[in-house]
Ligand binder design. Sequence first.
Ligand code: HEC
Ligand code: HEC
Length: 286
Amino acid sequence: MKPRTIKTALAATAFFGLAVTGMALAEPVDDKLIIEGEEIKTIAEPSAHLDGALPELVSGWHYRDTETRAMQMDDFDNPGMIFVDRGLDIWNAADGTEDKSCASCHEGPESMAGLRAVTPRVDAKTGDVMNIEGYINDCRTTRMGAEAWNLKGDPMTDVLALISLQSRGELMNVAIDGPAAPVYEMGKEIYYTRYGQLELSCANCHEDNNGNHIRSDHLSQGHTNGFPVYRLKQAALLTAQHRFVGCVRDTRAETFGLGSDELNALELYVASRGNGLAVEGVSVRH
Ligand code: HEC
Ligand code: HEC
């Protein structure tokens, strides 16, 4: 065995220590996510492009404990909904040298219905890889004469939550063909690359070990249909890319920047792995 392989095996064993010392692989909980009387699809058939990598798509919601799952089933208990309200205030507030609000051009937030399910995508007009944050900052800088928002700051995550909620229940359907094909390939390569001192790839944790426990966490398949996520541990809303950065840091690696080509490609790829699962709007995780 080459030394590198031994190191990897040791690091991985240490990381998955709990699982190795007998913490049994726990199945995701068999439950139904029903919000306001509407059933949200949290289990789906994997798309053909996954090539059998996952036998079944399971939303991260199923891996959380009873209390956390319950919070997401009731909009009054879902702490993320407070940010949606804040997002609506921001949506209606004029800003920038043009003195325009989002509402000046887009009317109500319901005009954004469906967008969350098909993004990230390669924009048909510009050819750029766009997630919702990218569209928002584009409107702020080029159409409102306002400054771009910090990609993980409050106004951005608030408005992102508002826009995502408009697609709650719609099935993720991110395009991977045509102009998206090279982006998909780039994201896929990043997904399977081992990073950091622990030499772990996204796939090592979310594909090979979902169902196992890491420290106190029950590892999910790492889908993004729930984003933005209200994370109880951080008492804040997280974007998908913010979550990726946290995961990469856990492997003790340098991370890519929010909004970088790499993270945009990774976000498109990861979203496409979840095609068929429903947008959860603002989900709750710990
Ligand atoms: C001056 C008018 C204007 C303002 C103000 C504006 N936008 Fe836009 N926005 C547009 C136009 C035009 C497009 C492109 C639509 C297209 O290409 O179909 C767009 C596109 C978008 C998109 C992509 C939608 C899609 O379906 O492709 C999002 C998301 C968005 N805007 C969000 C916002 C948010 C949030 C704000 C406020 C912070 C805002 N916009 C402010 C004019 C505006
Ligand atoms: C060392 C293991 C590990 C690695 C490597 C890792 N993650 Fe994670 N990830 C976790 C843990 C633990 C959580 C929290 C529990 C869960 O939802 O799986 C998590 C959560 C997530 C979530 C949130 C899922 C949800 O439903 O809320 C996403 C998305 C995600 N990871 C994507 C990635 C991506 C993309 C990569 C590669 C850049 C990656 N992860 C690498 C351990 C890892």
